[in-house]
Design a protein around this ligand. Sequence first.
Ligand SMILES: *Cc1c(COP(=O)(O)O)cnc(C)c1O
Length: 470
Amino acid sequence: MDLHDLHDLRAWLPGALEVAERWGGRFGPYESHGAHRAGPEAFTEAFERFAKRMDDNYPFFHPRYAGQMVKPPHPAAVTGYLTAMLFNPNNHAAEGGPATTEMEREAVASLAEMFGLAASHVGHLTTSGTMANLEALYVARELHPGRGIAYSSECHYTHERMCHVLGMAGHRVPVDVRGRIDLDALEGVLRGGRIGTVVVTTGTTGLGAVDPVHEVLALARRYGARVHVDAAYGGFYAILGRAGTGGVHAEPWRAIADCDSVVVDPHKQGLQPYGCGAVLFPDPRAGRHFAHDSPYTYFTDSDLHLGEISLECSRAGAAAAALWLTLQLLPLTVAGFGQILAANRRAALNWAQLIDGSGELELYQRPDLDIVTYFPAVAGGRLSAIDGASGRLLRDGMTAQDDPVFLSVLRADADAFQRRHPRVVRDAETARIIRSVLIKPEHEHYLPVLHGRVSELAARARSTPATATP
Ligand SMILES: *Cc1c(COP(=O)(O)O)cnc(C)c1O
């Protein structure tokens, strides 16, 4: 975690214990049982071994980590999570944790507002984007039984898996030269009349490409199909997109409010610890597909319980507390959370520009959001050589003792590669390229250092013969 964040945590964490102590004191004395108590030496010894194991990790907090879509949570999220965890509320039903259930409703309402949904929406947090998408596809099946799902070949792989789980037919639609769902191909699939719901992705996991939601929506409606938006990774960009600022194309983001469901992962861009996804339905009638009658839960009443509109049962109330507390400090506005996204976006655009002017690296495609994809510029442009150089760049960066960088690779197929770079020589079916998710605002100022180091590594990687063994 960032040093400033750790400093804040040191100041804030005792507050968690105070809250639990003050509250616990209200219920009167009783004799505590020793069965689970550990002696201080036993703990110290176990914790030392534990701490040593934690060295085996990647520095997600540091801007020299520019790989996958991961960063540590906000210190307020940690404080909120830990405080609530001391109570251990379960948000499957209000009596599992009335306070965190309220927080979940409020946090979900903020997410809904971020997408421009009306106050009448239904939605809730989930443990992940996968679970959130599963619920959206489940509702899709209930509303259009017998009809299938169309998704692009760049969508998250779990859509295909979830279609399988739900016993629905999944239809893979090709993408255009920017990695966005191809509208002509989609229309071809829709024309067959077998599609109930189209999945669009605003920020694909690989390239960060934003599907043209507005155009897909118009097309889907013409064929009587619903539209589900998978914004698991990119969703928070709705803040900039809907405001038409920060170099983010507005139309796809503004169209989300008119779609049928949307998923966002606060545990990706939203500074939350893992275990926090969300699914939202503009039409509250979606909730009726989860109706069930359990004999042992839901003994209190008010509105629909969160457990009554969800597939999962137990869920950490602490996850809702963490998100709620974070949103008190960083509201989902251009001036709040938007500042983080704007910095990420500037970093991505600036890096794309640096790569354009570089002799060592080539841009794979222009970033729509904050994922930058590129590869070492190898002489001759053979795909096999690009693949080898990308692999070496990744490995050399990660294993450098003194000045490491942490990147990730993406496998591009030869067709997709050649459409973007017609001059490459197709001597392989696929080639690895480098993918950097600039998910932290710290990347903006660190960029010259990062670019310099990656260029240096690329120069070395492309001059090493592919057959060389490390
Ligand atoms: C990450 C991601 C998912 C899956 O979410 P998990 O929280 O990892 O289960 C789904 N769709 C997209 C676009 C994603 O980026």
